[in-house]
Design a protein around this ligand. Sequence first.
Ligand code: ASP
Length: 337
Amino acid sequence: MKRRKFIQNTILSGLGLSVATALTACADETKMTTITDETKAVSTGKPVIPMVIATWNVPNATKKAWEVLQAGKSALDAVEQGVMVEEADVNNQSVGKGGLPDRDGNVTLDACIMNKEGNYGAVVCIENIKHPISVARKVMEDTPHVLLAGNGAKQFAIESGFTPENLLTEASKKAWEEWKVKSEYKPVINVENHDTIGMLAIDKNGDISGACTTSGLSYKMQGRVGDSAIIGSGLFIDNEIGGATATGMGEEVLKTVGSFLIVELMRQGKSPQEACEEAVQRVVKKSPNYKDFQVGYIAVNKQGETGAYCIHEWFNYTTYQNDENKNHKADYYDKKK
Ligand code: ASP
């Protein structure tokens, strides 16, 4: 089986911590439906809603979300149920159950959700709960708060009826143990099929919602939280304009508030593609060491036009639109001159 991998080794020097993230682009080619040439904005000139777009090669997740939309449900239901497919997949070692742990062996998850009213709910550093996205939705809908962390988030989940379980699978435990032996808390190259799942959907009413869920950087410091569950960074939705979501080195996305930036650029008239490109350029401009990490964005506007862009080659994303579930390779910044 041929696999193409894109691996980035990253150093969080400011923290005195070295970690590695695998922003592996292409998963099993057998799993992919189609991988097209690098894509610019998908603009057909005709209505392209309902639709779903998600980071990485996640055809099962986009299919689920599409089915929810076809059943006449909301974009909010679609993104929640779509990303839950990946949270439950133990073979996906970057999201939900089976996620790679922090450097002390704890699987800690971050997730957030945003609806058409601009409401937001999130959990960070939650343990033992397989579907953090559903807890995030409950935070949004059932509490006066927007973000719960750690034990408080877990406690709230249990009170809301979620059953705690061990999320560290044998495969992820083994990977962590190997990392400890070989790397002695030094950088590790970690091979995954894909990373954080960010998903955006537009339902038949033209309303947009988004979800983002991750186990974050593997072997991170205990308590480390990235961009994925932070509003405006890992995800942002404005139902008047569109939405955006991110994957990659969370520290860099946070520093440039990437998803909010993309939505605001679309508000100013940029296409989703132009907005994603500018947000990536912002990261590159601010980080002289951009060659050492990956950041990838996807976006959609109110018309269902999409965009995607990343720093390094091999970030890819999946759309379910016009009855077609399709994987695309994103255009990228760091082209060899
Ligand atoms: N953005 C995620 C984080 O920094 C990681 C990833 O997408 O790989 O936690």
